[in-house]
Design a protein around this ligand. Structure first.
Ligand SMILES: Cc1cc2nc3c(=O)[nH]c(=O)nc-3n(C[C@H](O)[C@H](O)[C@H](O)COP(=O)(O)OP(=O)(O)OC[C@H]3O[C@@H](n4cnc5c(N)ncnc54)[C@H](O)[C@@H]3O)c2cc1C
Length: 461
């Protein structure tokens, strides 16, 4: 749908007033501007705006309100899949709002809205500090924290959302607000786990944890050993302290030049882990896994920035489809079910079928936590594949439900917002009281439902 002639003229006026940029369908930069990180998503907004600062964001929100348009804030588009139609919507990309200030003494970092995780983990690491970053170096800090945020230190320090200290946000009335525990506590609560329904976050302050070094790495075995290794990992996770956060997965590496030679075109079962502690402590913890004789073993003492590439997540945009399920428990039969769905004899086209160990601090609610105080699951199952051709898409549409169904008997009863890449009812992430409270706060700050989020909270009357 086209925007009105008046909105088009007003957009030109907006373009001349802001430091950033506004791109419309007639511009040569249009296809690049509307492209999400996930290349499988075809975003068709009315306009794309690239603010460079908070004043630009205010001007864009006011422009949208004047012209009856909605606003979809986006950092990278890692989770663009669930957004749905962007008709009548300004896609507000924060990609040009970058910058990090580390306060090493106070152990906090202030990040601009479009900052990527590696832009924080690298300078923090030089001070022997670590944020609660996830496995991908180029996921956006803000989108990740608004949705919860499960990091390599999650079992020790909980969800990243609950280590957010302050948030600056432009709400639907065009006001730039700074919210923190003592100032606008309801909105501050909602933003920490409630997602992007409440406005455009322009900056965030997050806690950093002292981690001069830690013991971390990955082990690889040929995928014919998937069952044996995953069973051993399952038993091992039951014994490890909260200092250990790990993931185990079956991977079929594509035969592409981006994959290093020893791995290219091969299939493996792998275990990655981050262990807070010294070499002796870490080595003792992983000895049971080492006894399984991995073909590759990269565990060593590393600075915390190394966690950004521990999982080898893609650092360039890719076309991907995925599914996840939070699991209340992981009995031996669940491993058998996963291997049957995605292992050596399954014929599965999945790039990866993964289990992440939850629990520890992720399961402990504390006073002052936000809308997602915990993730009540012992493990998470996740699967993904590359969706580069119609045949690959068809293969994934067949294989992903097989994987998800295989894990169904151990479903924890809730989803996890950050790993949900389909359009679902946001009630599936929260208990009833929490969802009602989120809807009430949405009704206060955005009664006309201007902001389009990947997992929207509708405003209460
Ligand atoms: C390869 C990969 C690895 C991942 N690893 C992890 C992991 O280890 N742990 C984990 O918890 N998650 C992980 N995720 C999931 C990731 O946290 C979510 O996809 C998250 O939503 C990405 O945030 P983004 O800003 O990069 O993406 P976007 O798609 O840009 O943002 C997602 C949503 O966040 C909101 N949002 C973003 N910026 C703003 C803003 N400035 N103001 C208001 N709302 C905003 C919007 O509602 C937007 O739709 C991973 C995803 C991928 C693809």
């Amino acid at each position: 749908m086209q925007i009105s002639e008046r909105a088009r003229r007003d957009a030109h006026d907006l373009f001349t007033r802001i430091r950033g940029d506004v791109v419309g369908p007639a511009d040569t930069a249009w296809d690049q501007a509307r492209q999400a990180w996930n290349l499988a998503v075809d975003q068709r907004p009315a306009l794309v705006a690239f603010p460079e600062n908070a004043d630009d964001v205010v001007a864009i929100v006011e422009y949208a309100r004047r012209n009856g348009l909605r606003v979809a804030p986006q950092g990278t588009g890692h989770n663009a899949g669930p957004l749905g139609s962007l008709e009548n919507t300004v896609l507000l990309s924060t990609a040009r709002m970058r910058g990090v200030v580390i306060d090493a003494v106070a152990r906090r970092a202030r990040v601009a809205a479009g900052t990527l995780w590696l832009e924080v983990t690298a300078p923090a690491s030089e001070h022997g500090l670590a944020p609660l970053a996830g496995s991908s170096p180029d996921v956006g800090v803000v989108g990740y924290c608004l949705g919860g945020g499960v990091s390599w230190l999650a079992r020790k320090h909980g969800l990243a959302a609950n280590s957010v200290l302050a948030i600056e946000i432009v709400t639907a009335d065009g006001r730039l607000r700074r919210v923190y525990a003592d100032h606008d506590p309801d909105l501050f609560w909602a933003l920490r786990g409630g997602g992007g329904s409440f406005g455009v976050v322009t900056a965030m302050e997050i806690a950093l944890y002292p981690v001069p070094e830690l013991y971390a790495g990955a082990m690889f075995w040929p995928w014919e050993r998937s069952s044996e290794v995953l069973h051993a990992w399952r038993e091992w996770t039951a014994t490890v302290p909260d200092e250990v956060t790990s993931a185990a997965r079956i991977m079929q590496m594509p035969p592409i030049p981006e994959i290093p030679e020893p791995l290219r075109g091969r299939a493996f079962v792998t275990i990655d882990a981050a262990i807070l502690g010294n070499r002796a402590f870490g080595a003792e913890i992983v000895q049971r896994l080492r006894d399984l004789g991995p073909e590759i073993d990269t565990f060593d003492m590393v600075p915390p920035v190394a966690l950004s590439r521990l999982h080898n997540d893609p650092e360039e945009p890719v076309p991907a489809l995925s599914e996840h399920r939070l699991l209340s428990e992981l009995p031996a039969e669940a491993i058998d079910a996963l291997v049957a769905a995605a292992g050596p004899d399954s014929g599965s086209p999945l790039l990866l079928a993964e289990l992440r160990h939850f629990g520890g601090a992720l399961a402990v609610a504390k006073p002052g936590h936000g809308a997602q105080p915990t993730l009540e699951a012992a493990y998470m199952a996740f699967a993904a594949g590359i969706a580069a051709t119609p045949e690959m898409v068809a293969g994934l549409h067949a294989a992903l439900p097989v994987f998800k169904d295989a894990m169904a008997p151990w479903d924890a009863g809730r989803g996890y917002l950050n790993f949900e890449e389909s359009t679902v009812d946001s009630r599936s992430f929260y208990d009833e009281v929490t969802h009602r409270h989120l809807a009430r706060i949405k009704g206060q700050v955005d009664p006309a439902d201007m902001f389009v989020s990947n997992h929207p909270i509708a405003p209460a009357e």
